[in-house]
Design a protein around this ligand. Structure first.
Ligand code: FE2
Ligand code: FE2
Length: 207
């Protein structure tokens, strides 16, 4: 009894930290040898892009938590490393936003709750669909991060280093999910996920 209460408290603690942007990374944030000198417009733009990425990482926390609560122990254990890396992404995005003088999204609790529900629902559909949902999410995030690299100032080497590391690891998460037996999602589901992500990224760039 006490262990399930303990687990519940740990999950609540993770949720609060994710939403508040106060989680700690296990690895130091990637950065360039010298801090890039940025103009005001570049800095604001980078902070807003990192706010979007932080919001995405809040959602990733919720997705991984949701699927961990709903899916089999085998999947949960196999995805533990990916979940740990997501924890670093979350903390790095928040750290970079602070360094750029920006702020995290005011709507994070909302995105968190929605993603937790989605992750839980995917977990309940069984391992193959759950992994398929995860793999597709990671692939879309990887493409989305490429879009940010294209739009980010070439001189902002530190923000680029953070995003490039995250992008590489998201691709690894997709491969992990595929190796575990992910089923490819139908095209309409992929489209719906893109549409949902577009709403989230557009709003969190501003709010
Ligand atoms: Fe991530
Ligand atoms: Fe990921």
């Amino acid at each position: 009894m006490s262990t399930s209460i303990d687990k519940f408290i740990v999950e609540i603690d993770k949720a609060v930290r994710a939403v508040a942007g106060v989680s700690e990374a296990a690895r130091p944030m990637p950065r360039s040898a010298e801090e890039p000198a940025l103009g005001e417009t570049e800095r604001r733009h980078a902070a807003a892009l990192m706010r979007v990425n932080h919001c995405g990482e809040v959602c990733a926390q919720a997705l991984y938590q949701g699927q961990a609560l709903a899916s089999s122990g085998r999947i949960r254990d196999a995805l533990a490393r990916a979940a740990r890396e997501e924890g670093d992404h979350l903390a790095w995005s928040a750290q970079r936003i602070r360094e750029l003088g920006g702020r995290t999204s005011a709507l994070n609790p909302l995105w968190y709750a929605g993603s937790l529900a989605l992750g839980y629902a995917a977990g309940k559909l069984g391992d193959a669909w759950n992994l398929g949902f995860l793999a597709e999410t990671e692939k879309q995030v990887e493409q989305h991060l490429q879009g940010h690299l294209d739009r980010l100032s070439p001189s902002d080497a530190t923000t680029r280093a953070v995003i490039e590391t995250m992008q590489r690891e998201e691709a690894g998460h997709a491969r992990t999910a595929e190796a575990l037996g992910a089923r490819e999602l139908p095209a309409p589901a992929k489209c719906a996920m893109r549409a949902l992500a577009r709403v989230m990224t557009t709003i969190s760039y501003r709010l």
